[in-house]
Design a binder for this molecule. Sequence first.
Ligand SMILES: [Zn+2]
Length: 492
Amino acid sequence: MPVTAWAHSSAVEQIMKMAKEDNRTMEHLDILCNRFGGRLAGSYACETAEKWAKKCFEEWGYDVKLDKIGDMSVGFSRGGWWGRATGDENMVLHFATPSFTSGTKGPQSGHVVLEPLSQIEFERNKARLKGAWVLIECPTKVGYALPRGDSKRFVTRRDAILKQNNELAQKQGRYIDRSKMNKSLPCLLYDQMVEAGVLGFIRSTPAPLNALHDSLVVRRNHTFEMIPTVPDILLDEEQYARLHKAASERRNVQLEFDIRNYFRPGPIPYHNVVAEIKGSKYPDEYVIVGAHLDAFDVSSGGVDCGNGVAAVMEAARMLSVAKARPERTIIFILFGGEEFGLLGSKAWIAANKSKLDNVSIMFNRDSGPLPYVGFDVPKSLVEEYEKVAEPIRQIYPEYNFKIGVAEPMERPNKPRTADHYTFRYWGIPASPLNMADSKGYGFDYRKVRHTERDDYQSVFPDYEEQSAPVLAIIALGTANLSKKFPRDEFFK
Ligand SMILES: [Zn+2]
């Protein structure tokens, strides 16, 4: 069926009807965020979400499988986290911990000390370090765990800084001037402080709090036994400044933290959820629609990338209910392990090398919970896509969905940022479609992504509900084009 006839087919009409009358996008998002929560690879939430998504696709009649990407060396899940300051400073503490870092041993309270920056300072303060929360002054990479490890490069650098500080402290003698010390690396005396009995480390971080992961556990496969035993706390910078002042003045401040971070021994497998509807005319040609199922767990991943998963799943459901018969095969992929380095898209490519030449285009929804406002396509496809877009403009005139002409783009020299770059890297056309904050809600992706604000509430239902039927119509329209995406027009 040529696209012109397709645009008025009963399947498309049915999707247009469902867009307004039976749109379940927000229901999927509710389950992802509010039942499962943050879904990092290696978490119970991730395993549950994978199973749930598979079951949904099955119920909608898809051929679906969990494709293993790899194993996490340990599993990690969060309970709640609370903290407060008492004494000279009284406040409920606003903080987070990176994932794959330690929690407390029940509620633990203690006084506050500044991190010793030299061996001499450590020896002088050793008794005070026992049972203390240690404030780290060195700037660190936002969101990540404290740098540590036993790599030669790391140890050499740390020891050089420590040596420099030791010599300076020696010269300074009785009164140590901390402002002169080298503070380019935190926790120079990490092991000694832990041995001395510190309760944990506290760093300053801007709000909204951003909490990522410990890359030694995640990327270097640290085992259950190698996990640090004390918490690594990222505290709101305003509160940190108050505590730092109090500690510098040696005032009486007590902190209590109760952080429930749970590990389990691995290996814990994680997967891509892959659902397929066979093409009626070109079963060996593919249109891919994807989003990533994993999400950081400082919040519940509504924006990055729950909104993408919800829209992709609802698009799949709509196509199934509408009994769409695409001419090319449509593959829906919920990628795993995106946040740990696009692991799911890289794994799919590696396992499907024979299909790559026959992928027409990959659509990825992972740039925020915004509505679709257009699609820039190679010149030779503009006319056909004008037809494809007709029903979209009809249901959503307010978003003024436009087909534009795409200039050929440079192929990226490595996969980065999001799963569609993995496809582009391999020479496969891939697009997030054009999105915009059309109604001016003031959405700023950078202020939500990977922060405590990334939850169900950050997704605008009207925007989000538009995205699923648009994805469904674009995917079906693309599967029924007269030809595959011309790669020589897509790339330079
Ligand atoms: Zn993402």
